[in-house]
Design a protein around this ligand. Structure first.
Ligand code: ADP
Length: 187
């Protein structure tokens, strides 16, 4: 199973992705986590990515596509991948298709985490108040929402046209949402 988790920052896809991965034993990959890890270690990839991340901007597609080639080609991904935080642009989505097709695989489902805009803003404000990630300040969070709308939201139509978009109502308790995901994925 190759599943994409799609939705704006603050929609809870990271939390639900972890739960889904634990239940299905499918590898979850988060490009955000990989990039933060690389930035923390100061690797060339991390140094390249950090300034974009801190500003709430997307890391350039060529950098991400190189990373995806590595991740999707790894033996750990042979049974499938839960993709959290990618693809985030049409170019990345096309790269995912290409990389999976090279292995005779395809994207099976795209879970779209639906959260009303005012709820997202509330969550983002709450997150900005807590210590944690360098990019969880208000400016970067606002910027990430703008970037989502401009660069990532077009993927909703991209996958809807293909008939694999599965909307998830992502308001409620973590358990309630996990149950909706479980039902939709059939896992
Ligand atoms: P969130 O979903 O809350 O925005 P992520 O951990 O998914 O958090 O991403 C954090 C940051 O990492 C993004 O703002 C961006 O700079 C970078 N990033 C993560 N994944 C990608 C990607 N697929 N393409 C480009 N940039 C990415």
């Amino acid at each position: 199973m190759n599943i994409i988790l799609l939705g704006p920052p603050g929609c809870g896809k990271g939390t639900q992705g972890e739960l889904l991965a634990a239940r299905t034993k499918i590898l979850r990959v988060s490009t955000g986590e990989l990039l933060r890890d690389a930035a923390g270690k100061g690797t060339p990839l991390g140094r390249q990515a950090k300034s974009y991340m801190d500003q709430g901007l997307l890391v350039p597609d060529d950098v991400i596509i190189g990373l995806l080639r590595e991740v999707l080609g790894s033996p750990a991904a042979a049974r499938g991948v839960i993709m959290d935080g990618f693809p985030r642009t049409v170019a990345q989505a096309e790269a995912v298709d290409r990389l999976l097709a090279e292995r005779s695989r395809k994207v099976d489902q795209v879970l779209l985490f639906d959260v009303p805009e005012d709820e997202l803003r509330r969550r983002i404000m709450g997150r900005a108040g807590q210590a944690g990630r360098a990019d969880d300040n208000l400016d970067a969070l606002r910027q990430r929402l703008v970037v989502y709308k401009e660069q990532t939201a077009p993927l909703v139509d991209f996958y809807r046209k293909r008939g694999i978009l599965v909307p998830i109502e992502a308001v409620g308790s973590i358990e309630e949402i996990a149950e909706r995901v479980r039902v939709k994925v059939g896992a």
